[in-house]
Design a protein around this ligand. Sequence first.
Ligand code: AMP
Ligand code: GLY
Length: 428
Amino acid sequence: MKILVIGSGGRESTLVWKLSQSDSVTGIYCAPGNAGTACYGENVDIAEGEFDRLIEFAQEKNIDLTIVGPEQPLVDGIVDRFHSHHLPIFGPTRSAAALEGSKVFAKKLMSEYDVPTAAYDICESQSALEEITSEKPFPYVIKVDGLAAGKGALVVQNDDDLKQAIRDIYEDDKFGAAADTVIVEDFLEGEELSVFALTDGSNYVLLSPAQDHKRAFDNDEGPNTGGMGAYAPAPLGTPTVLQKVEERVIQPVLKGMKERGTPFVGVLYCGLMIHDGEPWVIEFNVRFGDPETQVVVSLIKSDLADLLLSIAKGQLEISGFELSDRYATCVILASEGYPGAYEKGKVITGIEQLFQSGKAQLFLAGTKFDGENYLTNGGRVMGVAVVSKSLNDAVLSVYQYVKVIEYEGKQYRADIGFRALNKTVRVQ
Ligand code: AMP
Ligand code: GLY
């Protein structure tokens, strides 16, 4: 089968790498791709938002399956467009993608189906927000309704944070139309966990529970980022916790989406807070996470191409699905200054050496190849990943390989997975 992957991050490098191992795959294209996707497939110079050109390409090349990485094209209806041309595509329709595209939609669905989530209010103006927050004890979280590239959740701890949030949303108009409606929700205590369900709308399989590290610096300090590293399976996702997530979150959401006539097909990414063993939903995403994909896809034993095609056809075969019994860790190497301003074009060394080592996996992201050198070309430059028999080994050995890569301004967290490591050590 011939596959087209849409996107250009480390997540897409991982998907293309995994798909390239499938016996049934005869060709992989990635639009627009990056230096990493070019290692296992062919990059196509079409942006993720150019639906007409993507459809034309899929028709011309007889693509059997298109897989969408990022959320924006999903929320903009790429799946509906492909369906109208009878082209198989993995991902939710525009209506189903509202689970990520509109926080208000997600909250209302959760209220209706008793899915545990923080209590919330909806505000449609600055004065409404000011009124609701005037009586509300700190801390709480203000979230813009629409997509905001992962920057739309503002944690408010004091008056200064509130003033800053109001300035960002209403005076500086940082979020545009995405902030026409905002929600104010209670702050949830606990530890975060990412759970991914691959679903055809009725049946689903779970990937290994993962933990991301959103803050830029060690010990969860500094600004929120797209994610600085991940590991899986996270011990926090015990079988009991996962069972609760299935019964209280995944099953009711799939039922609700079906009952609305907009079944959810694709990856349901549940961003959860686990508190005293109880799961609470922070948010839903309608796509694979980045950098969680680098670890959870590394731990899928089954053929990924066959799996995603069966889902796109609405016929997920659960019985053959298998996960590895190993552990994976991925550390993101970023550009100095990320998630703020950063320079590009720094020469990277060590890539060939790491590729040849055969021990660590390299998932290039904001990286380009100029014919001679690999150069930095984005905020998150690459992910270095290790799969091993124990979490301790995966976490500790990944840092041996992180050292092999060098470029000016290399920035990474030195504590990816350490929270779980401490726990593992404690329970032993
Ligand atoms: P989101 O964009 O909704 O994923 O939020 C980004 C980050 O903000 C999350 O990963 C959490 O770390 C934090 N966050 C969001 N909502 C809450 C909440 N209700 N309570 C505590 N932390 C939250
Ligand atoms: N790792 C966070 C995200 O993909 O949204």
